[in-house]
Design a protein around this ligand. Structure first.
Ligand code: FAD
Ligand code: UDP
Length: 373
């Protein structure tokens, strides 16, 4: 059997590609080295709850074509991400909005009062800049929201997450955090947001329906030398440096690890995501998975709950490569590999590992929908 495409990786890039190829009348074989399909959106069922094994995944997009595409496969629920921050036991709504400001400063009740307080809080930092742009994350944060919010909600969380002092981190990391003078705890600005009803595995099942798949199958041991004998084209979604045998050097990644446990209560923390913003706790956040799919009284449908502590962890070979590292060495090395990839005949490199690029799920699907097959 000769396939039109051998697709390496059954994450959202590979699975969406396979779906579209099948619709276009092409044949595909999808392989994955893991023992399951779905890549990082895969969920494992425990106590009736879908546990996001590779970290919490919330689908959000403003692209109607992408939203209609995924909802055409499986309807999405109304989940809206509203994380809460816990600073030494004090609770604050995120992202920074009127709820946060009134919790931080009890004499602040209106947008004008909040603006005046933030102006006062950021004055010192703005004056110190003397007209120049913020050079690091600390300067950027102090100029954005001032010292109280920086101290309680940003500094230690960011240091835990990145393992470096805020003065040594680039300013852009914090720029994407919304600051709002309305009472709105929705973390994302996108038009559409939710979780597939029945979990992400349903979405993957729909994408791969009727397509030949093979798990526990590593491209490098099984097909690297022989793929041209079984397929016309290759779609590769694994790490780009690995494809080229690391010949120009290894790319670095940032990773996270999880400690997951069952709690003997129906409702452990009352929210899907609680960020721990002080050094008091070693983890950055705690995820309670059932809140992604069960709302209000539905939470009590199951007597137990599953929670995961998330730790920012230094990457070592053998760990899951999660986020690209945006420094000079890695950007230059990735560019070198991208140039090599562009010359590779009959191979499409796509997704977060093969492009060495941080991609949310929406943009991954958007990218595949735009490809001509
Ligand atoms: P992946 O899902 O990683 O799939 C790649 C697949 O290739 C894997 O299954 C892997 O096993 C397989 N593979 C690799 N090498 C080989 C090989 N040699 N042989 C065979 N198979 C191979 N996005 C959002 O929109 N919202 C979120 O809330 C969100 N949260 C996230 C949280 C975390 C912790 C992380 C890391 C990412 C998050 N993302 C989120 C991003 C989301 O995970 C990605 O957009 C999506 O997974 C990209 O899909 P992909 O197919 O490119 O990669
Ligand atoms: N951040 C913070 N406090 C929080 C949440 C986020 O200081 O409670 C900062 C932190 O520097 C983080 C950045 O905002 O790296 C971006 O956060 P986001 O949640 O968007 O990123 P993710 O955790 O998904 O990588």
């Amino acid at each position: 059997m000769k396939y039109d495409y051998l697709i390496v990786g059954s994450g959202l890039f590979g699975a969406t590609f396979a779906y579209r190829a099948k619709q276009a009348g092409k044949t595909c074989l999808v392989i994955d080295k893991r023992s399951h399909l779905g890549g990082n959106v895969y969920c494992e069922e425990t106590e009736g709850i879908h546990v996001h094994k590779y970290g919490a995944h919330i689908f959000h997009t403003s692209n109607k074509e992408v939203w209609d595409f995924v909802n055409g496969l499986v309807p999405f629920n109304r989940y809206t991400n509203c994380p809460v921050a816990n600073y030494k036991g004090e609770l604050y709504n995120l992202p920074f909005n009127m709820n946060t400001f009134s919790q931080m400063w009890h004499d602040v009740h209106t947008p004008d009062e909040a603006k005046a307080r933030i102006e006062e809080q950021r004055r010192e930092a703005v004056e110190a800049l003397n007209g120049r742009e913020p050079q690091n994350l600390e300067e950027q944060a102090l100029c954005l929201v001032g010292k109280d919010i920086y101290k309680k909600l940003i500094k230690e969380y960011t240091e835990k997450q990145w393992g470096r002092d805020c003065k040594e981190l680039p300013a852009f990391i914090i720029k994407r955090l919304p600051v709002r003078f309305v009472f709105d705890n929705n973390y994302f600005n996108d038009l559409y947001q939710g979780i597939p009803i029945g979990g992400y595995n349903k979405l993957i099942e729909k994408l791969l329906e009727g397509i030949e798949t093979k798990t526990d199958c590593d491209f490098f041991t099984e097909y690297k030398e022989s793929w041209r004998e079984i397929a016309d084209k290759l779609v590769y979604t694994g790490p780009i440096d690995e494809y080229f045998g690391y010949q120009s050097g290894k790319l670095d990644w940032r990773t996270v690890s999880f400690k997951t446990r069952i709690e003997e209560t129906a409702n452990y923390q009352g929210n899907a995501v609680i960020n721990y913003t002080s050094h008091e706790k070693p983890y950055t956040r705690v995820i309670e998975h059932k809140h992604f799919e069960l709302f209000g009284e539905e939470v009590y449908k199951y007597p137990k709950t599953v929670v995961s502590e998330e730790y920012s962890t230094e990457y070592k070979p053998g760990m899951e490569p999660y986020y690209p590292v945006n420094d000079e060495r890695n950007n230059a090395l990735a560019e070198q590999y991208r140039e090599m990839a562009a010359k590779e005949q009959g191979v499409i490199f796509g997704g977060r590992l093969a492009e060495y690029k941080y991609y949310d799920m929406g943009p991954v699907i958007e990218k595949v929908l735009k490809l001509s097959l």
